[in-house]
Design a protein around this ligand. Structure first.
Ligand SMILES: [Zn+2]
Length: 264
């Protein structure tokens, strides 16, 4: 990766950040609309229209550098999110695209190991309905990350909603990858007893793994001084856990109501 001011600079985000005629992807002075060195279009500050238009226009699913880029997100989600927000759009895979790809992969793994299944045939249709809804519960995590960063860091460093959303998407991508890795041993053997044991232990360590990802990502994104301000990131991780638990319970209750209504 190229070295750029944005990753080192610990000051916040402002509208004026994108005014100088410098490519925010590689640091080369830009004369015109596109960077002569790396080809990136001169970046502007992220706003809602980026997610609506620009984002989906150029989605190509199988990019050669996607795997490499994904690997970097796994180890440094907050830094990648920060670089993306500060203008390095060409160097990183679009956060929503990465997130969507990981959710699809997770759903495939879940279907393969029958993780949410049951051996109780009597519950039949009700279980099938619950399964259909609970598969998507993994997507609630991104909301939990967004709530945690918005509440704990509020307007620290001046980030807007979309910029927080970019952080949440990259962070949640790593959480989903962690869940895929956690489930992958079951791809080899997934008898009912093994799945039950796996679920039992997962409930103990997975929340810590997920909160750990949020802790690191927040620390990186908000350029925290780890010695003096680590507790900001810790508060964010704790709030993420609470928000996720609350959202899951609300979602579960809603699913139960929907299923009961559909069976009636
Ligand atoms: Zn450039």
């Amino acid at each position: 990766m190229i070295d750029k001011a944005s990753a080192i600079d610990t000051s916040g985000m402002t509208d004026g950040f994108f005014q100088p005629a410098i490519c925010r992807n590689c640091g080369t002075p830009v004369d015109g609309k596109f960077c002569a060195a790396c080809g990136q279009k001169k970046s502007t500050r992220l706003c809602a229209s980026h997610l609506r238009k620009e984002a989906w226009e150029k989605i190509r699913w199988f990019e050669a550098d996607m795997a490499h880029s994904a690997l970097r997100v796994v180890t440094r989600p907050g830094i990648v999110a920060r670089e993306y927000v500060f203008g390095q759009r060409k160097s990183h895979t679009h956060p929503m695209k990465l997130l969507l790809a990981s959710i699809i992969a997770l759903l495939l793994v879940i279907a393969q190991v029958d993780y949410l299944g049951t051996d109780d045939a009597r519950l039949g249709r009700a279980i099938a309905l619950v399964q259909a809804y609970s598969k998507w519960s993994f997507s609630l995590g991104i909301l939990a990350v967004l709530i945690a960063s918005k509440v704990v860091f509020w307007s620290r460093q001046g980030f807007n909603f979309v910029e927080h959303l970019v952080l949440a998407a990259y962070t949640h991508f790593v959480i989903i990858v962690a869940n895929i890795v956690n489930l992958s041993p079951l791809l080899l053997d997934s008898n009912v007893q093994l799945v039950k044991t796996h679920q039992f232990y997962t409930a103990y360590y997975m929340p810590w793994v997920e909160a750990g990802v949020v802790f690191v990502a927040f620390g990186q994104f908000f350029a925290i001084d780890w010695r003096q301000q680590w507790w900001w990131a810790a508060m964010g991780a704790a709030l993420f856990y609470l928000a996720k638990e609350t959202l899951f319970h609300l979602y579960a209750r809603a699913v139960i109501r929907i299923v009961v209504a559909q069976l009636a």
